[in-house]
Design a protein around this ligand. Sequence first.
Ligand code: KDG
Length: 350
Amino acid sequence: MKKFLGLILTAFLVLALAACGGGNNEGGENADDKESADTAEKKTIRAGIGLNDSHPQYKGLLKFKEIVEEKTDGQIVVETYHSGQLGDDRTMTEALQLGSQEVVIPSTAPLANFVPEFSVFDFPFLFPSEEVADKVLDGEVGQKFLDKLEDQNLIGLSYWENGFRQVSNSERAIASAADFKGLKLRTMENDLHLEAFRALGANPTPMAFTELFTAMQQGTVDGQENPFATIYLSKFYEVQDHVSNTNHIYSPFVFLMSKTFYDGLTEEQQQIVREASVEAGVYERQLNREANEQYLQDLQAEGVTYTEIAPEQHAEMKELVQPVIDKYADKIGKDTVQEVYDAIEAASKE
Ligand code: KDG
């Protein structure tokens, strides 16, 4: 009798559990289970940049957020942070390696501290134009460099644009290489940048972007180098009197994702974030280019003196930094560097 009662109780419990499940055993989960699974599957991308929210880079990041959230139906949420709220390029890249942040879009210069080969893109006077840079970076050669990031627990999804870098300072107009003499210049945290400016006669100091404005304000450095967009949108005109079109380096951005996070995405989600980073990058490059001339005019309207550099002075600067380029070409590996040179030559002829 006891055994019989036990059986009845078990049958009753099974029926009760099935009833709670809404009777839908086909999919193996009930509505509540599904809801909690949906919540559990929601993923958050914390994406940070060093520049502020008026810069095309941030607008590009917002575009990335819009595409990803729409295409994943909100299954992936993108939180955006600007002005170094999550740290500088280097510390955010380290956070990606540790898996405590998901996206950062640094310049190639600080990224070279993780994969030294990236320094080749910071060779002075390497890219003749933005269009050539696009073709090389978006092509086979650019992809080869992105592939090198995996060993560092990073996924390189696409290239965006920081742009041609220009020197600004509070001391004097720069019209020739001789004008660099003794100038205290902030550079990005990259040895090649430091050595190139030393070769020009300047006195460079590496520093995170987040510390730059205060350093110029307090006179720790006389100047810095960044594209016109950054100089204007970061209000450097408040602490800088001169700017020149040195165009010394074309600076790409690399859209990075934590490999730990990327590996946890479904294949479909991986494709969505990949495509979104490319699409948002095309938008960011376009915004960056459209306004470039305007930013130079705006800087002048704010009282900054603009000095145009003559072609022969550009040639002299190139000659002075050539030994540094040669040294880094040896370090990176001649074949790798040659591959980049060949791709630039081919892209220039197209
Ligand atoms: O968001 C990008 C910035 O952190 C940085 O890369 C900007 O070019 C830059 C610099 O000079 O540090």
